[in-house]
Design a protein around this ligand. Structure first.
Ligand SMILES: Nc1ncnc2c1ncn2[C@@H]1O[C@H](COP(=O)(O)OP(=O)(O)OP(=O)(O)O)[C@@H](O)[C@H]1O
Length: 368
């Protein structure tokens, strides 16, 4: 899969921009704050119908304007696919594929996969369980559309259940039958999600461990485990046991929305026991495994977005990554850096075609 071109209108700090890409390596070079990451984010938008960084779509509209548009054309096995994402302030976001509007954004997810490696990845280690759940849910959803539909449905019923619990408290009444009807709807979906997460890790962990050994060149044993009350338990019983607590707290306290993915190194939490370097290796190995399982499942390689990697990683890890580039592990790559000379030096000797773009205050132009 190749992204042939990208054009933007009023996206973040861009007024208007249009670029055509190399099918191999594309470098966005510019000062801090010039708009390099915003270009990667626009590509992320085309794949995931949302920003990798802003949770609110409206924040992506250029300040002072009232809409944005991101457009790109992908080629997969000779076929062209034009994707347009646009948003007018105060209205619903629109995504089209070859001029056909998606009724459900979820139908787009997974069709044009991207993997982003960014300095923020270590947040996955540092932040709470929600970040990790979101990350793995998004990854599994891209591989398995049924999982995504079940997740959306689960979250919908969970929201209904939580507002019902709130109503009980506010209006001082309790309708057990209604609550149990929602339980009945929640249980099969929740059990399925937990089972799929568990199954996914069985496939994912060995791939992750392989990449960690390669990227870190060290001997610590890393793994990640799924922390959940569900697999092997009866979710209906868990909900019943938690009913008093749920009523008191006015929210559902058991279920896959409370699960965690635990990151371990020699049996200890990476968050507390991993050095900064080990933590970086850990998340890069996660992303490389992410790339590999997606490439295998979908039969085409995701786009790889490398944000600020040369500035953040030590030479040894950069060399390992470049060995993978030289071995054609990846397909099309988009990377950002502040220094052209450094980028050129790191990419020296690669046989791939490389395009360099200069990014300056929301403008982008091909320089070679
Ligand atoms: N909605 C918006 N409207 C206008 N400008 C925006 C908007 N969203 C982000 N920006 C601007 O985009 C710039 C950041 O761009 P970006 O993150 O792409 O920088 P960068 O070139 O990757 O820098 P760094 O090297 O520091 O990562 C900031 O100046 C920010 O103010």
């Amino acid at each position: 899969m190749v992204l042939e071109n990208l054009s933007l209108l009023f996206f973040k700090n861009y007024d208007e921009a249009a670029v055509s890409f190399s099918p191999h390596i594309n470098c966005f070079i510019g000062d801090n704050g010039s708009g390099k990451t915003n270009l990667l984010d626009a590509i992320h938008y085309l794949s995931m119908t949302r920003s990798a960084f802003n949770s609110s779509d409206a924040q992506n509209i250029k300040q002072g304007e009232d809409y944005f548009m991101v457009r790109g054309t992908f080629t997969i096995e000779g076929e062209k696919h034009t994707v347009i994402c646009s948003l007018k302030a105060g209205q619903k976001k629109t995504v089209t594929h070859n001029k056909v509007v998606y009724e459900k954004m979820s139908d787009h997810i997974g069709r044009f996969p991207v993997v982003l490696i960014s300095p923020y990845d270590t947040d996955l280690i540092r932040e709470g369980s929600e970040e990790r759940r979101k990350y793995f849910d998004s990854l599994i959803s891209q591989l398995d559309h049924t999982y995504l539909e079940q997740l959306i449905q689960y979250n919908y019923i969970l929201k209904q259940r939580n507002s019902l619990l709130k109503q009980f408290a506010e209006r001082h009444y309790f309708d057990r039958d209604y609550l149990h009807i929602l339980n009945e709807q929640l249980v099969p979906l929740g059990a399925q999600l937990a089972q799929e997460r568990e199954k996914f890790l069985e496939l994912f962990v060995p791939v992750f461990q392989k990449h960690y050994r390669h990227i870190s060149d060290s001997h610590e044993e890393v793994t990640l485990t799924y922390k959940s009350q569900l697999p092997g338990a009866d979710f209906t019983q868990l909900l019943l046991q938690a009913e008093r607590k749920d009523l008191a707290l006015q929210r559902t306290t058991v279920g896959p929305h409370k699960d965690d993915f635990v990151f371990l190194m020699d049996g200890n939490p990476v968050k507390h026991f991993g050095s900064q370097g080990q933590q970086k290796s850990y998340v890069i190995a996660l992303k490389l495994a992410h790339f590999e399982v997606m490439a295998e499942r979908q039969h085409h390689k995701p786009l790889l977005l490398l944000d600020d990697i040369f500035d953040r990683l030590d030479e040894k890890r950069i060399t390992k990554l470049m060995q993978m580039v030289a071995a054609h592990t990846f397909g099309q790559i988009f990377l950002t850096d502040t220094h052209l000379e450094r980028t050129d030096k790191i990419l020296e000797g690669l046989s791939e075609s490389i395009r360099r773009f200069e990014v300056k205050e929301g403008e982008v132009r091909l320089i070679g």
